[in-house]
Write a protein that binds this ligand. Structure first.
Ligand SMILES: *Cc1c(COP(=O)(O)O)cnc(C)c1O
Length: 387
């Protein structure tokens, strides 16, 4: 699954230490696949998944919009060439002065999920468009987003009514069905809930026009995932089923689905050991772990494909751990990972489909380990190191 361009880069440049290499051509293909599958839907790339300037620049040049969570992310999208009307401030938790700053920068689309946040926006971004995020149960997602964001549908009605009353443009609703969502039915429930809020507010003469369908589109790790077209079809069916022929404008916010499969982490085996003479399970320690960018192995939620130079030979289960002195820095233990018996200290491994949620999750220098560097390859990339 690692692209030839990435393999060539690693073979010729031989970067020292763990690193992430992203192939921009794969990002381009992902974007084109999404626009083809969702021709009438606005595509807002979730910047947090991977904010490398070259990725943002490529997507901006292709016409993509951006879902941001902070003023620095807004500034990164602007620096990449996006105009403010193509930027959504999608975090429901914002300091009032950051709302003011976003407003000054020209951003006029904001997420909310409570009346307290609506008041801040009414004060600092008068007349802005706001959409209310509603809770979903996250069932079926490998990386569920729990109850931190969103409110229930009853409260969404109150929140948007209040926004309307304060002179904001109460434009719609959003939800996120959970990241790496492989259950196509997840959107149906959420769209059905949204329809109820549209109807209730319609009766109060507040006519919502936007439905933000969030992220959740998967990267392929070890198991097959449904195609982008299958997602588009399931979502279209849900929209028609609940909204009939009065379809709202829609946007999606892919993060993982845009960049996950475009990146590969190169790592090195530092140590292979056992805990006792009769221990069947080898412990394989890598030079990257949870604090170096593989935070999504928390609870072993995301199980990455790992390639070794000895693939095709006999394997046995291993515990895989990172290099730091924190005992939480273990990647896979509950479900050990099969690796070749012939694996040796010093072998270079490829951890595939690591383009999303890795470089930004690397700690600054826990135990002295440097943050994960990103290299960008591809026609526009020219093997440049991301700033
Ligand atoms: C993280 C996030 C996304 C991206 O989610 P993926 O599952 O990676 O596609 C989209 N929207 C919001 C509001 C987010 O916080």
């Amino acid at each position: 699954m690692t692209s030839k361009r990435i393999l060539d880069f690693l073979a010729t440049e031989r970067p020292e230490g763990p690193c992430l290499v992203v192939d921009l051509d794969i990002v381009r293909r992902n974007y084109q696949r999404l626009t083809k599958a969702f021709p009438a839907t606005g595509i807002y790339y979730a910047v947090k998944a991977n904010p490398a300037p070259q990725i943002l620049k490529l997507l901006a040049s292709l016409g993509c919009s951006f879902d941001t969570a902070s003023v620095p992310e807004i500034e990164m999208a602007l620096a990449a060439g996006a105009t403010p009307d193509r930027i959504s401030y999608g975090n429901t938790i914002k300091k009032e002065r950051d709302i003011a700053r976003a407003h000054t920068l020209g951003v006029s689309l904001f997420a909310v999920d409570c009346t307290e946040e609506v008041e801040k926006i009414a004060r600092q971004a008068p007349g802005a468009r706001v959409f209310c995020r509603v809770l979903t149960d996250g069932k079926g997602a490998e990386w569920p987003l729990s109850r931190k964001f969103g409110c229930d549908t009853e409260m969404a009605i109150t929140v948007l009514e209040q926004a309307h009353g304060l002179g904001l443009d109460a434009c719609g609703l959003s939800f996120h069905v959970g990241s790496q969502q492989c259950d196509l039915k997840a959107w149906d429930t959420a769209v059905g809930d949204a329809r109820k809020v549209f109807a209730a507010l319609g009766e109060k003469n507040i006519n919502l026009s936007l439905l933000n369908l969030g992220g959740g589109f998967p990267a392929r790790y070890l198991k097959d995932v449904p195609s982008t077209l299958a997602y588009a079809e399931a979502i279209q069916n849900a929209l028609t089923r609940h909204f009939g022929n009065r379809l709202p404008a829609t946007i999606i916010e892919p993060g993982r689905g845009m960049v996950g499969n475009a990146g590969v982490i190169k790592t090195e085996v530092v140590l292979i050991a056992r805990k006792s003479d009769d221990d069947k399970t080898r412990w394989v320690y890598l030079d990257i772990g949870k604090f170096g960018g593989l935070a999504e192995t928390m609870d072993e939620a995301i199980r990455y494909p790992i390639r070794t130079p000895r693939d095709g030979t006999a394997t046995a289960p291993c515990v895989i751990a990172g290099p730091t002195c924190d005992s939480a820095d273990v990647l896979y233990e509950k479900t050990p990972y099969p690796l070749p018996l012939s694996l040796e200290i010093g072998d270079a491994l490829l951890i595939e489909a690591t383009g999303a949620y890795t470089s930004t999750y690397a700690s600054v220098a826990f135990n002295g380990f440097a943050p994960l560097p990103t290299y960008i390859v591809g026609r526009e990339g020219n093997a440049a190191r991301a700033a």
